[in-house]
Design a protein around this ligand. Structure first.
Ligand code: X8Z
Ligand code: ZN
Length: 629
């Protein structure tokens, strides 16, 4: 949801959840009336701005709660009626968001107190997808499209034609496969035919999204222009307390710093997959086919660990197996993650978290299964919504989601407009940073692991971690590179799909495993595209989480290798971390970062230090290989 709606949810949602009806100062005015009234008014004063912000905060608080609850119900029960309600609510909130953004812009040239100026700017940038001011038809259409897109992803299923499938044994009773079944195939099968069908099958859900998506881009671009931005992409890049172009330059700089590490990993993984699948399937001079990397989007590769693991060293532990051995339930996983946060001094999650969260995939209805964390009242009605599987990946994701909740609750001490992150990469980094402390020592402490692996097993553990964290980096970068090109018009509906694969190949060294059909819209098969959740946040988070972890471990006085540091039980670190969390969006992100790490720049040094021993090993492995694609 929107920035200033306190990000009711993280993961899904990006629509602004604000409602207009009760807008104190603007109430009862339609947009044109507001504009013409403004034109005849005297120039706005500082007092006007202060009053406007006060009333806007009251309105946002009031309206966003109903919108958040509507969105929650819609995501938990996707039906015709909840879609209808959700679209109405989204329309209302977009209207309000545009009104507030427009009005906020009129105060920009005043010499305002810092906090007021910051709130004015947050109001101006609050919407993810603005509609053109005063255009009620376009606003309604935009709301309908975004609701439909997210619902069609949530309901998406692959239904093979009769007799034409190698996936019959994985199908549901109705013969179809949902993302859950298809991800299971991609994550566990080594049969290229099964993998290819699961990969292509999931992408049958998205061609129908393409026209709607293109229309959505047009409407939102018109909205962004009306607010003074070149296009929606520029608006998104303007949310980082720096010039939009400088932000784009900064992410390229960060990518340049980590690229040698990624390239080394890609080269090793391709070579090992070539050993498994042969030259036909994995030629050594081309990008890796996307269906072989253990993940539906080839965004993190932990599931192919066994195929690429170091030979001749002690094996790393297998967390999925440990969870199964100890008979962990979904709820046990959540409680264990909560236990990490309380061990560093955070309050336990409220009872209502357990009463109101969704942990299990319901069999009898459509839900948005993509994991998310919500704060329904912007205070402490925090919850997660996830279709948990008992495995290592979801153990990590539970920490990720609870990290969102802990952050949301921490910054609830702020004024409503500051109940947010100062940089969306922070929100995505909190739980991930905590999960970096899931070390063998920690697992032994909580009784999941019996015997500590010997030091030589570190290499495998680091490789396993890199398959998730390092492999993710170029994917985290390219998703919004694609959207930036879409919003700028550099890509048009005709070139959406080719443009997507061009970026996939350029940054990830990953390619489509087959010729894509003419109507393919493969970006639509990734949740955040139909869900309209900006994605650069995840790239940033994969840099920040290591910066946070390095600072935390320095604070803890840790002197060993960074990958072995766990801050479990360290309340002093928790307290300092909480100070940054409590700042919310009240200060530029550079200040919040400096408050915890002492540095005010995003910096790849920590992730490179974390993986330094692995990089050395990868370089040795790759010495006689021809890397690149
Ligand atoms: O969407 C998510 C979270 C919710 S914010 C589960 N993630 C990205 C993804 O799944 O694509 C976490 C990692 C990247
Ligand atoms: Zn998240």
């Amino acid at each position: 949801m929107t920035a200033y709606l306190g990000k009711k949810r993280f993961g899904p949602a990006s629509r602004l959840v604000l409602s207009m009806a009760a807008l104190g100062l603007l109430a009862a005015c339609d947009n044109n009336a507001v504009q013409s009234a403004d034109a005849t008014k005297a120039a706005p004063t500082v007092e006007d701005a202060i009053q406007f912000v006060k009333e806007a905060e009251a309105t946002v608080s009031r309206e966003s709660e109903a919108a958040a609850r509507t969105a929650w119900v819609n995501s938990n029960f996707i039906t015709y009626d909840t879609n209808w309600l959700s679209a109405k609510s989204s329309e209302k909130m977009t209207t309000l968001g545009v009104e507030l953004a427009q009005k906020a812009s009129t105060f920009r040239d005043l010499d305002l107190p810092d906090d007021v100026a910051r709130k004015i700017n947050l109001l101006r940038l609050g919407l993810t997808l603005p509609a053109p001011a005063g255009d009620t038809e376009a606003t309604a259409e935009l709301a309908q499209i975004t609701t439909d897109l997210e619902a069609s992803y949530g309901k998406g299923k692959y239904c093979p034609e009769d007799g034409k499938t190698v996936l019959g044994s994985y199908a549901r009773p109705d013969g179809c496969l949902s993302l859950t079944e298809l991800e299971h195939v991609i994550g566990s099968s080594s049969d290229p035919d099964e993998l290819l069908e699961a990969w292509s099958g999931w992408r049958t859900i998205s061609p129908a999204m393409k026209d709607k998506y293109a229309r959505m881009v047009d409407i939102a671009n018109a909205g962004a222009e009306g607010l003074g931005f070149k296009d929606v992409g520029t608006m998104w890049r303007s949310k980082y307390d720096m010039d939009a172009d400088a932000f784009a330059g900064d992410v390229d700089r960060l990518w340049g710093e980590v690229k040698p590490l990624y390239d080394a990993l890609q080269c090793h993984v391709r070579a090992k997959l070539n050993e498994s699948y042969g030259d036909e399937v994995v030629p050594l001079d081309q990008a890796i086919p996307a269906h072989l990397l253990g993940n539906m989007w080839a965004q993190s590769w932990g599931n192919v660990y066994d195929k690429v693991a170091p030979e001749g060293t002690a094996p790393a532990y297998d967390l999925t197996a440990l969870l199964a051995e100890k008979n962990y339930s979904e709820l046990d996983m959540v409680k264990t993650a909560e236990g990490f946060f309380t061990s560093v001094g955070f309050d336990p999650l409220p009872e209502t978290f357990y009463e109101r969260s969704l942990f299990l995939k319901p069999e009898d209805r459509d839900v948005v299964c993509h994991a998310s964390a919500w704060n329904l009242n912007d205070i402490d009605d925090i919850r997660i919504k996830m279709c948990i599987k008992v495995d290592a990946e979801d153990f990590q994701t539970i920490h990720h989601e609870i990290g969102h909740n802990i952050y949301q609750r921490a910054y609830s001490v702020q004024d409503p407009l500051f109940r947010n992150d100062p940089n969306d990469g922070f929100h995505e980094a909190i739980g991930d940073m905590i999960a970096l402390s899931i070390t063998p020592d920690y697992l032994q402490q909580i009784g999941l692991l019996q015997d500590l692996p010997p030091a030589e097993a570190d290499l495998g553990i680091l490789l396993r971690q890199a398959l998730d964290k390092v492999a993710f980096l170029p994917f985290g970068l390219m998703v919004d590179k694609w959207r930036w090109q879409v919003f700028s018009g550099e890509l048009t509906p005709d070139s959406y799909n080719d443009g997507w694969w061009k970026l996939r190949e350029q940054y990830q060294g990953v390619r489509a495993p087959n010729d894509r059909p003419a109507d393919a819209f493969d970006p639509g098969a990734k949740f955040h595209i139909p869900g309209n959740t900006p994605y650069m946040r995840y790239f940033l988070s994969h840099i920040f989480q290591f910066q946070f972890q390095k600072a935390a471990c320095d604070l803890a006085g840790w002197e060993g290798p960074l990958h072995r540091c766990s801050i479990y039980g360290n309340e002093a670190v928790g307290e300092k971390f909480n100070e940054m969390l409590e700042m919310g969006a009240s200060k530029p992100w550079q200040d919040a970062l400096a408050a915890f790490t002492g540095k005010s720049e995003a910096d790849a040094t920590a992730i490179l230090a974390y993986f330094a021993p692995l990089k050395e090993w990868l370089d040795e492995q790759n010495a006689d290989r021809e890397c690149g694609w």
